[in-house]
Ligand binder design. Structure first.
Ligand SMILES: Nc1ncnc2c1ncn2[C@@H]1O[C@H](COP(=O)(O)OP(=O)(O)O)[C@@H](O)[C@H]1O
Ligand SMILES: [Mg+2]
Length: 372
């Protein structure tokens, strides 16, 4: 999947802009506060219907505007396609080829993008929220059924918590809801387990190439139950776990176990990354993770996602920067931000389209390929 162009109307500091991209490497150059991250955010929004900065829809509307609109034209081996989003204060519409979609699960997964942003460093914080969000968003890109089960589960969880908060909780109702929760949880746990296994296959290799040093990266799944490949055994383990937690749930009047409490942990050579790795190592671990993800999405969907890299060049030294550029697979369209101060290897300029971002407008920069 490649993006040919994006149009932004009333989005952040873009009044109206059309930006064209080339299939391989695209570099957004501009000083701070000009709109580089905003442009990446618009692509990510078209891909996932959400801001990678956790911004609300209204925050993304240009100050003083009532709505924003984003469109993009994509192409792959099957031809071209069009994705649009119109977000008003009172509602939103997402369209594929001009046709509004009814369910978000019919939209998400068609235009996949993977982003690295400095915010991803929150992955190693103490709160598991960002890690679960990572699992859910990335699995949602590859599996429609995952989104469906996740929505089913979160409705059941809401109802179970309401039932637990009643003055006299209805045990029959709680048991019935608990039983319905087992199916979605079995599938979600299975998918999370395989996803983490698959990332583990490649992440150390990317880390090694990026860092220039060794180091084994391991992701450990902290599941509500010990995983078992057999479906009925896994179901049984989940049922037991729910049954064993019921007393506590009745006392605390909330659901204390389930996929909403799961987590994963990162290890570098067997040490917990959170407390052990340096800031630079953490950054390379996250980048390696994102590169593994790009490959996994290709493996599972047949198509590379668009790779969005924000503020990554400024944080890496020259050799790491070059290693990263070398690691980008040939077929992956990449959009990467940079400030003018950063010495970008002139050899790169021949491979890349340089787009100058200034005060919410974008212009193609004359580079060595176009000026010679
Ligand atoms: N809703 C909005 N309306 C208008 N301008 C906005 C809005 N949200 C952010 N901005 C502006 O966008 C700019 C930041 O853009 P950003 O893409 O983060 O910059 P950078 O190029 O450093 O990545 C700031 O000047 C900010 O004032
Ligand atoms: Mg920025």
């Amino acid at each position: 999947m490649r993006i040919r162009k994006v149009r932004l109307i009333g989005f952040r500091n873009y009044e109206e802009a059309i930006v064209g991209f080339r299939p391989g490497l695209n570099i957004l150059i501009g000083n701070n506060g000009q709109g580089k991250t905003n442009l990446l955010e618009s692509v990510y929004f078209l891909s996932t219907t959400k801001s990678h900065r956790r911004a609300s829809d209204e925050e993304m509307m240009m100050n003083g505007k009532e709505y924003f609109q984003l469109d993009c034209i994509t192409e792959n081996d099957d031809g071209s396609s069009r994705f649009s989003a119109v977000i008003h204060k009172k509602g939103k519409t997402f369209c594929v080829r001009g046709e509004p979609v009814k369910k978000m699960s019919d939209y998400v997964g068609k235009l996949n993008a993977v982003i690295f942003s400095p915010l991803d460093m929150g992955m190693f914080d103490s709160s598991p929220t960002d890690r679960r969000r990572f699992l859910d968003i990335e699995l949602g890109k590859m599996s429609k059924i995952y989104i469906t089960f996740l929505n089913q589960y979160s409705n059941l969880l809401k109802n179970r918590n309401i039932a637990l908060k009643k003055e006299v909780p209805d045990r029959v109702l709680i048991d019935a809801i608990s039983e319905q929760m087992v199916g979605p949880q079995t599938e979600i746990i299975r998918q999370r387990y395989h996803f983490i296994q698959q990332l583990n296959r490649t992440v150390s290799e990317y880390y090694r190439k990026l860092s220039g040093t060794g180091g084994k990266i391991t992701l450990a799944y902290e599941s509500m139950v010990a995983y078992h490949a057999d479906d009925s055994i896994l179901r049984g383990l989940i049922q037991n776990r729910i049954a064993n937690t019921l007393e506590r749930d009745l006392i605390t009047r909330m659901t204390n176990t389930g996929i909403q409490r799961e987590d994963m942990e990162f290890f570098l050579d067997g040490h917990p990354v959170k407390a052990y790795a340096s800031q630079g190592q953490k950054r390379m671990i996250v980048i390696a993770l994102k590169l593994s993800l790009v490959n996994l999405i290709k493996e599972r969907t047949g198509e590379y996602p668009v790779l969005l890299l924000d503020d990554v060049l400024s944080e890496l030294d020259e050799s790491r920067r070059n290693a990263l550029i070398e690691l980008l697979p040939e077929g992956v369209q990449t959009i990467i931000t940079a400030t003018e101060k950063e010495a970008i290897d002139p050899r790169l300029w021949n491979k890349a389209k340089i787009i100058k971002i200034e005060k919410g407008s974008a212009a193609e920069w004359m580079n060595s390929t176009t000026s010679n």
